[in-house]
Design a protein around this ligand. Structure first.
Ligand SMILES: NC(=O)c1ccc[n+]([C@@H]2O[C@H](COP(=O)([O-])OP(=O)(O)OC[C@H]3O[C@@H](n4cnc5c(N)ncnc54)[C@H](OP(=O)(O)O)[C@@H]3O)[C@@H](O)[C@H]2O)c1
Length: 240
Protein backbone atom coordinates (compact mmCIF):
# COMPACT_ATOMS: atom_id res chain seq x y z
CA UNK A 1 0.00 0.00 0.00
CA UNK A 2 1.05 3.64 -0.42
CA UNK A 3 1.12 5.44 2.92
CA UNK A 4 1.62 9.14 3.68
CA UNK A 5 2.72 10.29 7.12
CA UNK A 6 2.40 13.94 8.17
CA UNK A 7 4.70 14.23 11.16
CA UNK A 8 8.16 12.68 11.37
CA UNK A 9 8.75 12.83 15.10
CA UNK A 10 8.68 9.98 17.58
CA UNK A 11 5.41 8.42 16.43
CA UNK A 12 5.60 9.25 12.72
CA UNK A 13 9.12 7.83 12.60
CA UNK A 14 8.13 4.58 14.31
CA UNK A 15 5.05 4.09 12.15
CA UNK A 16 7.07 4.83 9.02
CA UNK A 17 9.80 2.38 10.02
CA UNK A 18 7.36 -0.48 10.75
CA UNK A 19 5.21 0.17 7.69
CA UNK A 20 8.19 0.31 5.34
CA UNK A 21 9.45 -2.97 6.82
CA UNK A 22 6.07 -4.51 6.02
CA UNK A 23 6.65 -3.57 2.38
CA UNK A 24 4.46 -0.46 2.18
CA UNK A 25 5.63 2.58 0.18
CA UNK A 26 5.96 5.30 2.80
CA UNK A 27 6.20 9.05 2.16
CA UNK A 28 6.91 11.15 5.24
CA UNK A 29 6.78 14.89 5.95
CA UNK A 30 7.48 17.35 8.77
CA UNK A 31 7.07 21.10 9.22
CA UNK A 32 10.59 21.93 7.99
CA UNK A 33 10.52 20.33 4.57
CA UNK A 34 11.89 17.17 2.94
CA UNK A 35 15.52 18.33 2.93
CA UNK A 36 15.46 18.13 6.75
CA UNK A 37 14.29 14.52 6.54
CA UNK A 38 16.91 12.98 4.27
CA UNK A 39 18.71 11.01 6.97
CA UNK A 40 15.57 9.70 8.73
CA UNK A 41 13.92 8.79 5.44
CA UNK A 42 16.98 6.86 4.28
CA UNK A 43 17.23 5.06 7.61
CA UNK A 44 13.61 3.90 7.66
CA UNK A 45 13.33 3.39 3.89
CA UNK A 46 10.76 6.10 3.22
CA UNK A 47 10.54 9.01 0.76
CA UNK A 48 11.01 12.48 2.29
CA UNK A 49 8.26 14.75 0.96
CA UNK A 50 6.40 17.98 1.67
CA UNK A 51 3.22 18.01 3.75
CA UNK A 52 1.18 18.61 0.58
CA UNK A 53 2.82 15.63 -1.10
CA UNK A 54 2.31 13.41 1.96
CA UNK A 55 -1.43 14.18 1.97
CA UNK A 56 -1.59 12.99 -1.65
CA UNK A 57 0.88 10.15 -1.29
CA UNK A 58 -1.17 7.39 0.21
CA UNK A 59 -4.18 5.21 0.25
CA UNK A 60 -3.79 5.81 3.97
CA UNK A 61 -2.51 9.11 5.41
CA UNK A 62 -1.47 9.50 9.04
CA UNK A 63 -1.72 12.83 10.84
CA UNK A 64 1.01 12.42 13.46
CA UNK A 65 1.62 15.93 14.76
CA UNK A 66 0.80 17.84 17.96
CA UNK A 67 -2.91 18.77 18.07
CA UNK A 68 -2.21 22.52 18.06
CA UNK A 69 -0.18 22.08 14.85
CA UNK A 70 -3.21 20.72 12.98
CA UNK A 71 -4.49 24.30 12.77
CA UNK A 72 -1.26 25.26 10.96
CA UNK A 73 -1.57 22.68 8.17
CA UNK A 74 -2.00 24.23 4.73
CA UNK A 75 -5.60 25.28 4.03
CA UNK A 76 -7.41 22.86 1.75
CA UNK A 77 -4.70 20.23 2.24
CA UNK A 78 -7.10 17.38 1.48
CA UNK A 79 -9.37 19.28 -0.93
CA UNK A 80 -8.06 17.41 -3.98
CA UNK A 81 -7.42 14.11 -2.23
CA UNK A 82 -9.90 11.37 -3.19
CA UNK A 83 -12.64 10.58 -0.66
CA UNK A 84 -11.50 6.96 -0.67
CA UNK A 85 -8.21 7.94 1.02
CA UNK A 86 -8.27 7.02 4.70
CA UNK A 87 -6.97 9.65 7.14
CA UNK A 88 -5.82 8.43 10.56
CA UNK A 89 -5.54 10.86 13.45
CA UNK A 90 -3.11 9.57 16.06
CA UNK A 91 -3.07 12.81 18.07
CA UNK A 92 -3.84 13.60 21.68
CA UNK A 93 -4.83 17.01 23.01
CA UNK A 94 -2.52 18.11 25.84
CA UNK A 95 -3.64 21.66 26.69
CA UNK A 96 -1.39 22.27 29.69
CA UNK A 97 1.71 20.42 28.56
CA UNK A 98 1.91 21.32 24.89
CA UNK A 99 -1.08 22.47 22.88
CA UNK A 100 -2.48 25.44 24.76
CA UNK A 101 -6.24 25.78 25.12
CA UNK A 102 -8.43 24.88 22.14
CA UNK A 103 -11.83 26.34 23.02
CA UNK A 104 -13.94 23.98 20.92
CA UNK A 105 -12.41 20.92 22.60
CA UNK A 106 -12.66 22.50 26.03
CA UNK A 107 -16.36 23.11 25.30
CA UNK A 108 -16.92 19.42 24.55
CA UNK A 109 -15.87 18.62 20.98
CA UNK A 110 -13.86 15.39 20.90
CA UNK A 111 -10.16 15.61 20.00
CA UNK A 112 -10.54 13.82 16.66
CA UNK A 113 -13.81 15.56 15.78
CA UNK A 114 -11.89 18.82 16.06
CA UNK A 115 -9.10 17.47 13.85
CA UNK A 116 -11.66 16.29 11.27
CA UNK A 117 -13.27 19.73 11.29
CA UNK A 118 -9.89 21.45 10.87
CA UNK A 119 -8.79 19.34 7.91
CA UNK A 120 -12.28 19.20 6.39
CA UNK A 121 -12.72 15.45 6.14
CA UNK A 122 -13.49 12.38 8.24
CA UNK A 123 -10.71 10.84 10.30
CA UNK A 124 -10.25 7.49 11.97
CA UNK A 125 -8.80 7.68 15.47
CA UNK A 126 -6.13 5.05 16.09
CA UNK A 127 -2.63 4.59 17.52
CA UNK A 128 -3.23 7.49 19.93
CA UNK A 129 -3.53 5.20 22.93
CA UNK A 130 -0.22 3.37 22.77
CA UNK A 131 3.04 4.84 23.94
CA UNK A 132 5.86 5.16 21.42
CA UNK A 133 8.04 2.58 23.18
CA UNK A 134 5.30 -0.05 23.06
CA UNK A 135 4.55 0.76 19.41
CA UNK A 136 8.24 0.39 18.63
CA UNK A 137 8.89 -2.81 20.55
CA UNK A 138 5.75 -4.74 21.40
CA UNK A 139 4.11 -5.70 18.12
CA UNK A 140 3.90 -9.51 17.77
CA UNK A 141 2.29 -11.96 15.33
CA UNK A 142 -1.43 -12.69 15.58
CA UNK A 143 -2.18 -15.42 18.11
CA UNK A 144 0.80 -14.63 20.36
CA UNK A 145 -0.11 -14.80 24.05
CA UNK A 146 -0.43 -11.37 25.67
CA UNK A 147 -0.69 -9.52 22.35
CA UNK A 148 -1.55 -5.87 23.02
CA UNK A 149 -4.84 -4.62 21.57
CA UNK A 150 -5.48 -1.20 20.02
CA UNK A 151 -8.87 0.39 19.53
CA UNK A 152 -9.95 2.11 16.33
CA UNK A 153 -12.83 4.58 16.27
CA UNK A 154 -14.41 6.26 13.27
CA UNK A 155 -17.42 6.50 11.02
CA UNK A 156 -16.79 5.37 7.45
CA UNK A 157 -16.98 1.62 7.96
CA UNK A 158 -14.70 0.70 5.07
CA UNK A 159 -12.09 3.20 6.29
CA UNK A 160 -12.27 1.81 9.80
CA UNK A 161 -11.96 -1.74 8.45
CA UNK A 162 -8.77 -0.75 6.61
CA UNK A 163 -7.28 0.68 9.80
CA UNK A 164 -8.29 -2.37 11.84
CA UNK A 165 -6.37 -4.50 9.31
CA UNK A 166 -3.35 -2.19 9.56
CA UNK A 167 -3.34 -2.50 13.37
CA UNK A 168 -3.23 -6.27 12.98
CA UNK A 169 -0.43 -6.09 10.37
CA UNK A 170 1.60 -3.93 12.75
CA UNK A 171 1.42 -6.60 15.46
CA UNK A 172 -1.54 -5.61 17.63
CA UNK A 173 -5.04 -7.06 18.13
CA UNK A 174 -7.54 -4.71 16.48
CA UNK A 175 -10.58 -3.71 18.55
CA UNK A 176 -13.50 -1.76 17.09
CA UNK A 177 -13.83 1.30 19.31
CA UNK A 178 -17.09 2.45 17.72
CA UNK A 179 -17.94 5.64 15.86
CA UNK A 180 -15.91 8.83 16.04
CA UNK A 181 -18.48 9.97 18.59
CA UNK A 182 -17.25 7.10 20.80
CA UNK A 183 -13.60 8.10 20.42
CA UNK A 184 -13.59 9.92 23.78
CA UNK A 185 -13.33 6.42 25.27
CA UNK A 186 -9.69 6.25 24.09
CA UNK A 187 -8.69 9.85 24.77
CA UNK A 188 -5.95 10.73 27.31
CA UNK A 189 -6.39 9.42 30.83
CA UNK A 190 -9.35 7.10 30.16
CA UNK A 191 -9.19 3.51 31.47
CA UNK A 192 -8.29 2.38 27.90
CA UNK A 193 -5.47 4.88 27.42
CA UNK A 194 -1.92 3.60 26.94
CA UNK A 195 -2.20 0.61 29.25
CA UNK A 196 -1.01 -2.10 26.87
CA UNK A 197 -4.17 -4.15 27.48
CA UNK A 198 -5.15 -7.36 25.73
CA UNK A 199 -8.35 -7.35 23.65
CA UNK A 200 -10.86 -8.46 26.31
CA UNK A 201 -9.41 -6.07 28.91
CA UNK A 202 -9.35 -3.22 26.38
CA UNK A 203 -13.03 -3.77 25.54
CA UNK A 204 -13.89 -3.69 29.25
CA UNK A 205 -11.81 -0.54 29.74
CA UNK A 206 -13.52 1.21 26.81
CA UNK A 207 -16.93 0.25 28.24
CA UNK A 208 -16.21 1.46 31.75
CA UNK A 209 -15.14 4.99 30.73
CA UNK A 210 -17.42 7.79 31.93
CA UNK A 211 -18.18 10.57 29.41
CA UNK A 212 -18.76 13.15 32.14
CA UNK A 213 -15.10 12.72 33.17
CA UNK A 214 -13.34 13.54 29.85
CA UNK A 215 -11.73 16.74 31.16
CA UNK A 216 -10.87 15.11 34.49
CA UNK A 217 -9.24 12.12 32.75
CA UNK A 218 -7.18 14.50 30.62
CA UNK A 219 -6.10 16.62 33.58
CA UNK A 220 -5.12 13.52 35.57
CA UNK A 221 -3.05 12.26 32.65
CA UNK A 222 -1.27 15.58 32.21
CA UNK A 223 -0.53 15.72 35.95
CA UNK A 224 0.91 12.22 35.77
CA UNK A 225 3.12 13.07 32.77
CA UNK A 226 4.34 16.14 34.63
CA UNK A 227 5.21 14.01 37.67
CA UNK A 228 7.02 11.48 35.47
CA UNK A 229 9.05 14.23 33.78
CA UNK A 230 9.95 15.73 37.16
CA UNK A 231 11.00 12.32 38.49
CA UNK A 232 13.27 11.75 35.49
CA UNK A 233 14.79 15.26 35.63
CA UNK A 234 15.85 16.10 39.19
CA UNK A 235 15.86 19.83 39.89
CA UNK A 236 13.36 20.73 37.15
CA UNK A 237 10.36 22.68 38.43
CA UNK A 238 6.99 21.22 37.49
CA UNK A 239 5.16 24.52 37.95
CA UNK A 240 3.95 26.12 34.71
N1 LIG B 1 4.96 10.06 21.76
C1 LIG B 1 4.02 9.17 22.11
O1 LIG B 1 4.25 8.21 22.88
C2 LIG B 1 2.64 9.30 21.52
C3 LIG B 1 1.77 8.20 21.61
C4 LIG B 1 0.51 8.28 21.02
C5 LIG B 1 0.10 9.44 20.40
N2 LIG B 1 0.95 10.52 20.36
C6 LIG B 1 0.46 11.74 19.70
O2 LIG B 1 0.96 11.72 18.38
C7 LIG B 1 1.24 13.05 17.91
C8 LIG B 1 2.71 13.14 17.53
O3 LIG B 1 3.47 12.83 18.67
P1 LIG B 1 5.06 12.65 18.63
O4 LIG B 1 5.45 12.16 19.98
O5 LIG B 1 5.45 11.88 17.41
O6 LIG B 1 5.51 14.18 18.47
P2 LIG B 1 6.96 14.75 18.13
O7 LIG B 1 8.00 13.73 18.37
O8 LIG B 1 7.05 16.05 18.84
O9 LIG B 1 6.92 15.03 16.55
C9 LIG B 1 6.05 15.97 16.02
C10 LIG B 1 6.20 15.98 14.53
O10 LIG B 1 5.17 16.84 14.01
C11 LIG B 1 5.79 17.67 13.00
N3 LIG B 1 5.00 18.87 12.84
C12 LIG B 1 4.70 19.83 13.75
N4 LIG B 1 3.97 20.80 13.19
C13 LIG B 1 3.79 20.45 11.90
C14 LIG B 1 3.13 21.05 10.80
N5 LIG B 1 2.44 22.19 10.92
N6 LIG B 1 3.19 20.42 9.61
C15 LIG B 1 3.85 19.26 9.47
N7 LIG B 1 4.49 18.63 10.48
C16 LIG B 1 4.46 19.22 11.68
C17 LIG B 1 7.15 17.93 13.55
O11 LIG B 1 7.96 18.41 12.50
P3 LIG B 1 9.17 19.45 12.82
O12 LIG B 1 10.09 18.73 13.74
O13 LIG B 1 9.73 19.74 11.48
O14 LIG B 1 8.49 20.65 13.47
C18 LIG B 1 7.54 16.54 14.03
O15 LIG B 1 8.02 15.78 12.96
C19 LIG B 1 0.86 13.98 19.07
O16 LIG B 1 -0.45 14.44 18.92
C20 LIG B 1 0.94 13.06 20.29
O17 LIG B 1 0.14 13.51 21.35
C21 LIG B 1 2.21 10.47 20.89
Amino acid sequence: MRIGIIGAGTMGGILGRHLAKLGHRVAIANSRGPESLTALAAEIDAAPVSVVEAAKAGEIVFVAIPTKAVANLPRGLFANVADSIVVIDIGNYHPELRDGRIDAIDRGMLDSQWVAQQIGRPVIKAFNNILAKSLLEKGVPKGTNGRIALSVAGDPLDAKAAVLRLVDDLGFDPVDGGDLDDSWRQQPGTPAYCRDLEAAALRRALAEADRSRIAEYRAEREARIRRDIAAQTPGVSTRQ
